[in-house]
Design a protein around this ligand. Structure first.
Ligand code: SF4
Ligand code: SF4
Length: 100
């Protein structure tokens, strides 16, 4: 059996399109959540629509591209990618239960 058309075409690449909140509502299992320090966040500080790396990298697509940036906690999984990618350290992962 031969390969399908997509596999035999060297110019076809795999890609995915982000869908908002595809993972569904998070419920109560999340152990930590991201909190944005608006005094550090570039759009809030400058009043310009710039940066938005958190919006770009969030796998759930639930960070807004607005000023200020907002996170929809109903769907946030607490993965911490946004905090890792923020270039100015404006996002801290905070324990949901107040533990250190
Ligand atoms: S912790 Fe993960 S799911 Fe939540 S806003 Fe950041 S990147 Fe998105
Ligand atoms: S990545 Fe950091 S600085 Fe950039 S918009 Fe998000 S929170 Fe603000």
């Amino acid at each position: 059996m031969g390969l399908g058309k997509a596999h035999s075409d060297p110019f076809t690449v795999a890609r995915s399109k982000l869908c908002r909140a595809e993972g569904g509502k998070t419920g109560d299992w999340r152990s930590s959540r991201p909190e944005i320090d608006r005094s550090k966040c570039i759009p809030s500080k400058t009043g310009r629509k710039s940066c938005f790396l958190c919006w770009m990298y969030c796998p759930e697509g639930i960070v807004s591209k607005t000023i200020p940036v907002e996170i929809d906690y109903d769907f946030c999984k607490g993965c911490g990618i946004c905090a890792e990618e923020c270039p100015v350290g404006a996002i801290a992962m905070v324990d949901e239960n107040g533990r250190d």
